[in-house]
Design a binder for this molecule. Structure first.
Ligand code: MRU
Length: 348
């Protein structure tokens, strides 16, 4: 399985996703602040992967702390939690993972544990978050695979694969599980402007697994769907509001509208850690805006006219009415999502 991110005693190891597919470069991050910067700069990206990386980063922060006494350690830990939380605003898995780390940390401090013991506890929790994410991907992959035809074509947007999670993937986990189960699935991967997660990352990791993959530019999805070339759309999510509205990579919403127009089922695959019951609907989801340079340049080459204004929201919101099902590790949630998502979260 692809090594997206790993804990290595005194550092966190991750593949630099900005350099794929041209170069497979691994970076060693030795402090919590280095991990935070890697998340911000998209060395690692994808909602569940960001959560796992943040947890490991906080574990680094505790194990490497030179603070004297538990009060000093706590002050440093909570400062690092704030640094981590300020990296990217949309993926709720980040805040979910930080909350889990805070919870085990404060329990350990309250129980009077030594700094060494607290270090061990937070490292274990980060490992658990990682392992659970992989298990979630495997489980939701099985649930989602049952929704795909035995022989069919799936359109996906962005990268919701092994690279975007602890491993295996959400949308790509569904595709992998279907293929592993003997289904013949061919994938159309939207290029996903401007960061090109589809053409660079999704195509790279699916081809490594021998899965038939065709890259299309984002604007071609309409022709694919109107031409009857797609049997199902499966995408990931960065945050799912209580009513089932889904924030995902910019360009997901138009695909959902097109899928509805052409009567192709549009599915979202995500672990329950991506469900944010505290946010009522999509209006409440903060949408990250990124540097104009991502739009004006491809690599180091300028592709936009000098002087043009740029708007670069990293995510959009797909209203729940376009979504045929939300595939989680606990089963497939169907409308009305207010009830089915709440039930899926409680089942944990
Ligand atoms: O900006 P990114 O690359 O972090 O955005 C990633 C996505 O939008 C993914 O589709 C989402 O996080 C789901 S990953 C399993």
């Amino acid at each position: 399985m692809l090594p997206t991110v790993a804990w290595k005693d005194d550092h966190v190891l991750m593949v630099d996703q900005r350099k794929l597919p041209g170069q497979e470069v691994y970076v060693e991050l030795r402090t919590a602040r280095e991990v935070a910067r890697a998340i911000e700069k998209m060395v690692i990206r994808g909602a569940p992967a960001i959560g796992v990386a943040a947890a490991m980063g906080l574990a680094l922060g505790v194990t490497k702390s030179r603070a004297k006494g538990s009060a000093g350690l706590a002050a440093e830990f909570y400062r690092l939690c704030d640094v981590m939380a300020a990296t990217r605003p949309t993926a709720v898995n980040l805040f979910w993972a930080i909350a889990r780390m805070k919870s085990v940390f404060s329990d350990a401090v309250r129980a009077g544990r030594s700094a060494d013991e607290i270090g061990g506890i937070v490292v274990t929790e980060a490992g658990r978050i990682h392992d659970e994410d992989v298990a979630c991907c495997r489980a939701l992959g099985e649930h989602g695979a049952a929704l795909l035809p035995d022989d069919g074509r799936v359109l996906t947007h962005c990268n919701a694969g092994a690279l975007a999670t602890g491993g295996y993937g959400t949308a790509l986990g569904v595709i992998r599980a279907a293929v592993e189960g003997g289904k013949r699935i061919a994938v159309y991967a939207d290029e996903t402007r401007p960061f090109l997660q589809g053409s660079r990352l999704t195509a790279w990791e699916l081809l490594r697994d021998g899965i038939d993959t065709t890259v299309v530019t984002d604007g071609m999805a309409g022709s694919l769907l109107s031409g009857g070339k797609v049997d199902a759309v499966v995408v990931g999510a960065d945050r799912i509001a209580a009513n089932g509205d889904v924030a995902n990579k910019i360009g997901t919403y138009p695909v959902a509208v097109l899928a509805r127009e052409h009567r192709v089922p549009f599915y979202v695959a995500a672990p329950t850690s991506t469900i944010d019951l505290a946010t009522a609907d999509g209006e409440g989801i903060p949408i990250e805006e990124r540097s104009p340079r991502e739009v004006t340049h491809v690599g180091s080459s300028r592709v936009a006219a000098e002087g043009a204004g740029v708007w670069n929201p990293a995510f959009d919101v797909t209203p729940h009415r376009f979504i045929a099902g939300i595939i989680t590790e606990r089963g497939v949630c169907r409308p009305p999502y207010g009830e089915s998502l709440a039930a899926a979260c409680v089942r944990g």
